[in-house]
Design a protein around this ligand. Structure first.
Ligand code: ADP
Ligand code: ZN
Length: 237
């Protein structure tokens, strides 16, 4: 499965990506991971770092090449989830071209729709385990045991510096202006599925799985059709 998860900050993309990763062995690719690659100093990471150190934004070209390197790596053998990427229609177009060059077809783009007024609460309360990346929330997904990660027993946690009620408003405005049009880009390609992100985490997961079953069935129908056509052609020969 090759998927894109779209939605504003706090919609639940990271949460659902990790569930899909655990259930289907898909690899999550997020902006955070690409930033980690810069810190780790891979060749393309170093190239990105020199741009960042010059005070410039990493170009779409570098971003897309970092994604290309990831999706061709072994960790993506069962597929991948682009979590919150692309962020602009220009990036979406560059991604389309790169996937086309690598003969990779997206199975679905899933948009988590949410009520903007709820997002501030979700973003302001979230934190992540520094050890394994598991996501938590002060109210919606607290630690089972105070100070200890449920997943890896780690004891260090991080909160993003822009995960504050004050910064949320500006981040949502950027999202509405630059990223919301990305959904229309994929709707035009008939790849877009909308899932209600306001439902409980378990219900969002169930709805995403229903989408995956649907595209999977459509995919096997298409390949059965292709086989049938090939067989007919063979008989004609
Ligand atoms: P994104 O990756 O889209 O920014 P996250 O997955 O980090 O969003 O989710 C934001 C916060 O909201 C996290 O603290 C997460 O635990 C919580 N959360 C995610 N999905 C839900 C949900 N369906 N209901 C309530 N809280 C949720
Ligand atoms: Zn952990």
């Amino acid at each position: 499965m090759k998927l894109i998860l779209l939605g504003p900050p706090g919609a639940g993309k990271g949460t659902q990506s990790r569930l899909l990763e655990a259930r289907y062995g898909l690899a999550q690719i997020s902006g955070d991971m690409l930033r980690a690659e810069v810190r780790a100093g891979s060749p393309i990471g170093l190239e990105a770092r020199s741009v960042m150190e010059a005070g410039k934004l990493v170009s779409d070209d570098i971003l897309i090449r970092m994604i290309a390197a990831r999706i061709n790596a072994r960790e993506c053998a069962k597929g991948f989830i682009l979590d919150g990427i692309p962020r602009t229609t220009l990036q979406a177009q560059a991604l389309d071209e790169m996937l086309h060059d690598h003969e990779i077809e997206l199975d679905a783009v899933i948009e988590l729709t949410v009520n903007a007024s709820e997002l501030a609460g979700r973003i302001a309360g979230r934190f992540t385990c520094a050890g394994c990346g598991e996501g938590y929330h002060d109210s919606f997904r607290p630690l089972a045991q105070a100070g200890i990660c449920d997943a890896c027993s780690g004891t260090e946690f991080v909160r993003r510096s822009d995960d504050t009620a004050e910064a949320v408003h500006a981040r949502l405005e950027v999202y509405a202006a630059q990223t919301a049009p990305v959904a229309a880009h994929y709707r035009a390609q008939r790849r877009l599925y909308s899932v209600d992100g306001m439902a409980s985490m378990a219900d969002v997961e169930t709805h995403i799985e229903a989408v995956l079953r649907r595209v999977d069935r459509a995919g096997s129908r298409a390949s059965a059709l292709a086989t049938a056509v090939t067989l007919t052609r063979c008989r004609d020969d």
